[in-house]
Design a protein around this ligand. Structure first.
Ligand code: F6P
Length: 359
C-alpha cells in the first residue's frame, strides 16, 4: 500500500503529531508513505512530493507548524493563475492532480484540513480518489467532531494574553479590546474569554450593539472597576452591520476578515470617554507547540486515519465523538456549519456570571 499525506489551509498546532502518528502506524504495517508539500501543490508540479519514513518524523510530535508546509491558495478545482497584467483567474487543475497521483502510484490520500480542504477532499473523492479526511483548525468550526486539534492550543495562547492584559489594563484604568481568530465561528473568543474572565465577549454568532458594550463598561466603572477587557472574534459584526473585510482574496481563497477590535476600541473611547486600546493576537494563535491535549488528539486522529484507510472508509473523516474516535462521511460533515450554539450552557453561564455579549 502506498499512501500520501497532505496538509492544506492555514496551519494549526498538532499537524506534525498527526503526520508522525499516521506515518508510524502506516510504516509499521509495511506501507509506504509520501508527503505532498504545500497542500496539493506537490501534486501539481508547484512543489515536491517527499518520502515520509520513520526517520522523517523523528522528534516532530511536539513541534508547531507542519513539515509538509501548508497553503490556503491551492484549491485544485479553483487554482489561481497569474495573468500577464498581474490579475488572477481560476483554473481547474483537478484532472492534472488525479493523473499525477496515479503516476506516483498513490493508492489513498489522507488529507488534513478544515472545511475548505474537506470540500476539496469531497470533490476529489467524487472524481475517484480514495480519500480520508482529518479535521484541523484552530477555529474548531468543523462539524461531526467534538473538537479539532489546534483549538486547545489557540485557546491557551489567548488566555495567556488576556491574563497579561488584565494587569496592565488595571494599572492604567484602561479598556483593552483583544481580537482573536474566528472568521465564522466564535469558539476561541468564547472559550478564552470565559476562562480568562473577560468582561465582554463578542462573537460572529451574536451581532453586537456598541451601546450595550459601553453600558457594561460604564457599569463596571461605576462599581469601582475602572478597567475592562473585551475579547472579540475577528468575524464579529454590529447588529444590522457587516463583518470587517481586509484586502482582496485570490480565486479559491476564503475571504479575509479582521481589524474589528480597532473599530470597537475607537467607538468605546468615544462613548465612554475611557482610554481604550486594542490589539490583534493574530498568528500567535496558530504558532508554537501544541498543548498536551492537542498532541494526544492529533496522535489519535493520525492512527485512526490509517485504520480508516485499511478499512477502506473512502470519503470519511476521522472525528472525536467523546470518548471515541469514529469516522463520519465528509458529505455529512459539510452539510452543516459548526457555530457556537448561543443556547449552550457555556454561553448561559457566562451571562449568569456577568459577562456581556453586547446584545
Ligand atoms: O481558518 C483559520 C483561521 O485561523 C481563521 O480564523 C483566520 O481568519 C484565518 O485562519 C487567517 O488565515 P491566514 O492569515 O493564513 O490567511
Amino acid at each position: 500500500m502506498r499512501i500520501a499525506i497532505s496538509t492544506g489551509g492555514g496551519d494549526a498546532p498538532g499537524l506534525n503529531a498527526v503526520i508522525r502518528a499516521a506515518v508510524l502506524t502506516a510504516v509499521n504495517r509495511g506501507w509506504e508513505v509520501i508527503g505532498v508539500k504545500r497542500g496539493f501543490a506537490g501534486l501539481l508540479g508547484e512543489d515536491e512530493v517527499i518520502p515520509l519514513t520513520r526517520e522523517s518524523v523523528r522528534g516532530i510530535g511536539h513541534l508547531g507548524g507542519t513539515i509538509l508546509r501548508a497553503s490556503n491558495r491551492g484549491n485544485p478545482f479553483c487554482y489561481p493563475r497569474k495573468q500577464p497584467d498581474g490579475s488572477y483567474v481560476a483554473v481547474d487543475r483537478s484532472d492534472e492532480l488525479m493523473e499525477n497521483a496515479q503516476r506516483l502510484g498513490i493508492e489513498a490520500v489522507i488529507t488534513i484540513g478544515g472545511d475548505g480542504s474537506l470540500e476539496i477532499a469531497r470533490q476529489l473523492c467524487h472524481k475517484g480518489m480514495r480519500v480520508i479526511g482529518v479535521p484541523k483548525t484552530i477555529d474548531n468550526d468543523v462539524s461531526g467532531t467534538v473538537t479539532t486539534f489546534g483549538f486547545d492550543t489557540a485557546v491557551n495562547t489567548a488566555i495567556e494574553a488576556i491574563d497579561k492584559l488584565h494587569t496592565t489594563a488595571e494599572s492604567h484604568d484602561r479598556v483593552i479590546v483583544m481580537e482573536v481568530m474566528g472568521r465564522d465561528a466564535g469558539f476561541i473568543a468564547l472559550h478564552s474569554g470565559v476562562a480568562g474572565t473577560a468582561d465582554v465577549i463578542l462573537l460572529p454568532e451574536i451581532p453586537y450593539d456598541i451601546g450595550k458594550v459601553c453600558e457594561k463598561i460604564l457599569a463596571r466603572d461605576a462599581a469601582g472597576r475602572h478597567f475592562s477587557i473585551v475579547v472579540v472574534a475577528e468575524g464579529a459584526y454590529p447588529k444590522g452591520g457587516e463583518v470587517h473585510l481586509i484586502g482582496e482574496s485570490l480565486p479559491g481563497q476564503a475571504k479575509r476578515v479582521g481589524g474589528v477590535a480597532e473599530l470597537i476600541a475607537r467607538e468605546i473611547q468615544a462613548v465612554t470617554g475611557k482610554e481604550t486600546r486594542s490589539l490583534v493576537l493574530g498568528h500567535l494563535q496558530r504558532g508554537g507547540m501544541p498543548t498536551g491535549y492537542d498532541r494526544l488528539l492529533a496522535t489519535r486522529f493520525g492512527g485512526a486515519a490509517v485504520r480508516a484507510v485499511a478499512d477502506e472508509k473512502w470519503g470519511h473523516m476521522v472525528a472525536l465523538q467523546t470518548p471515541h474516535i469514529v469516522t463520519v462521511p465528509i458529505d455529512d460533515v459539510l452539510k452543516e456549519k459548526k457555530r457556537v450554539d448561543v443556547a449552550h450552557d457555556l454561553v448561559q453561564t457566562a451571562r449568569e456570571i456577568g459577562i456581556s455579549f453586547g446584545d
